[in-house]
Design a protein around this ligand. Structure first.
Ligand code: RP5
Length: 205
């Protein structure tokens, strides 16, 4: 059975490996529990939509240039793992972290932001009641956050951060937005031209 100490040892070894930044995960997705996964899936979807691939082996990167990884890291049940993940993130080549947690005491995003500083952390409150906990940082200790459950936007925001350095990600973000615009234009014209009854009929086909 894997222990927390095993994962910490792995993270520390990867940090010491001095890996080529082009081969390391660009985005780290962490969450307080695997029960958060259904809510966090949007972050994976957004990154995949933009051409990111999942990296499951630090030493064996996918062919895609941009990648993400993910771990379950509980601020309360595995605080030492939270510290290790945040402290090694920069040396492991992570450029931006997406951190999700639920409950009223959703401390993973904000504590990770403090420890990993200045790496940007995008917090995802997994539940409505987690919002205050995620965004409530004191002055001088920043976190970026999305609304409750909006993990897809967290994935887009992570890509936005990276796009300032990588033109190809910027191009993918612009294309994604153009497609969104096209989708709205399409339904707008259909609603107008078909009328409400025709539009509903088209939708039910
Ligand atoms: C938080 O407690 C997690 O982020 C999760 O949202 C919540 C419940 O965790 P489980 O009891 O389902 O593992 O720390």
């Amino acid at each position: 059975m894997t222990t927390v100490a095993d994962i910490i040892e792995r993270l520390e070894a990867e940090a010491a490996a001095d890996a080529d930044p082009e081969t390391t995960p660009d985005v780290g997705i962490i969450m307080g529990s695997d029960s958060d996964l259904p809510t966090m899936e949007g972050a994976y979807d957004a990154l995949r939509e933009l051409g990111f691939a999942e990296q499951t082996e630090f030493a064996d990167s996918p062919t895609a240039r941009f990648t993400f990884e993910s771990y379950v890291v509980s601020a309360h049940r595995t605080p030492e793992l939270m510290y290790a993940y945040a402290e090694t993130a920069a040396e492991r080549g992570i450029d931006v972290i997406i951190a999700g947690a639920g409950g009223k005491s959703a401390d993973l995003p904000n504590m990770t932001a403090s420890i990993a500083y200045p790496i940007p952390v995008i917090g995802v409150p997994v539940q409505e009641k987690s919002v205050d906990s995620v965004i409530g940082m004191p002055t001088g200790a920043p976190i970026v956050a999305v609304d409750a459950g909006k993990s897809f936007n967290a994935g887009l925001s992570a890509a936005q951060v990276l796009s300032r350095e990588h033109d190809v990600i910027e191009e993918r973000l612009v294309t994604y937005h153009e497609e969104l615009k096209g989708g709205v234009a399409d339904v707008s014209a259909a609603l107008h031209d078909l009328g409400i009854d025709g539009f509903r009929e088209r939708d039910s086909e």
